[in-house]
Design a protein around this ligand. Sequence first.
Ligand SMILES: Nc1ncnc2c1ncn2[C@@H]1O[C@H](COP(=O)(O)OP(=O)(O)OP(=O)(O)O)[C@@H](O)[C@H]1O
Ligand SMILES: [Mg+2]
Length: 278
Amino acid sequence: MSDGSETSGVAAPSAAASAPLLSIRGLSKYFGPVRALTKVDLEVPAGKVTALSGDNGAGKSVLIKTISGLWQPDGGEIFWEGRRVHLTGPRDAEALGITTIYQDLALCDNLDIVQNMFLGHERLRRRLLNEGSMEKTARETLESLHVTTVRSVRQKVESLSGGQRQSVAVAKAVMKQSKLVIMDEPTAALGVTQTAMVLELIGRLASQGVAVILISHNLNDVFQAADRIAVLYLGRMVAVGPKDQFDRTSVVEYMTAGTSSRGSSRELGSALAGTGGS
Ligand SMILES: Nc1ncnc2c1ncn2[C@@H]1O[C@H](COP(=O)(O)OP(=O)(O)OP(=O)(O)O)[C@@H](O)[C@H]1O
Ligand SMILES: [Mg+2]
């Protein structure tokens, strides 16, 4: 990863504090003849939930995998806190403070909550695991997120409900002091109560100043949890803006047709300019 000075015709924003946490300009990604992403612009501000929506195959996963360093873009630029970055692998994204929670969560069923949260980053004291310290931090992190339904942090993850597992994955991201947490369909496998719990957790994460990208097909989730909405259609960003610029019908129209009879040109204009307001 390096800060590029070359900007291929696009003015590089200064590394001012006012720059959005993440800014994507003209991002393209091809797989042979398949144009998975075409000149995608998106700004992701800190402390807000940005919902990323779009039909199957629209490019949501490819976009987040590119932001997570798994794919290298074929064109376009990524700015982090106003500085251009080149992500050559997932470690580069992690080093910036980007955590991606994929649908399978990557938790180990046979380990308990503390072991999962500290996997690969165990705390030692006199060459032994400092269980007390890790347990305390795990408990405090869950408490800070108001996760109250977990009975013991020494419970194995296999004994947790889907919503509790999501909570552990989120707490792990919080503990790593992530600046951007990307969640891929976090409520897809959850019932009503657990969905509400995870959406609440997402809101709390944003209120702590973390930027969240929430990938979701579910309009209830989108309208409940998001501050901003971005819609991909066949690899193009067709609408971006604050939630109040949308209603359910317009989001469905953008998702299924790439345009909306109700949509204002402001939305599309925002998407193209990459500046969607707050
Ligand atoms: N590794 C790959 N090789 C070839 N084509 C791919 C690859 N990954 C994605 N694609 C293609 O890129 C396009 C976007 O796929 P993507 O997985 O991003 O869709 P999505 O919006 O996440 O859809 P879903 O809602 O079904 O998860 C699709 O046409 C898909 O077939
Ligand atoms: Mg996907």
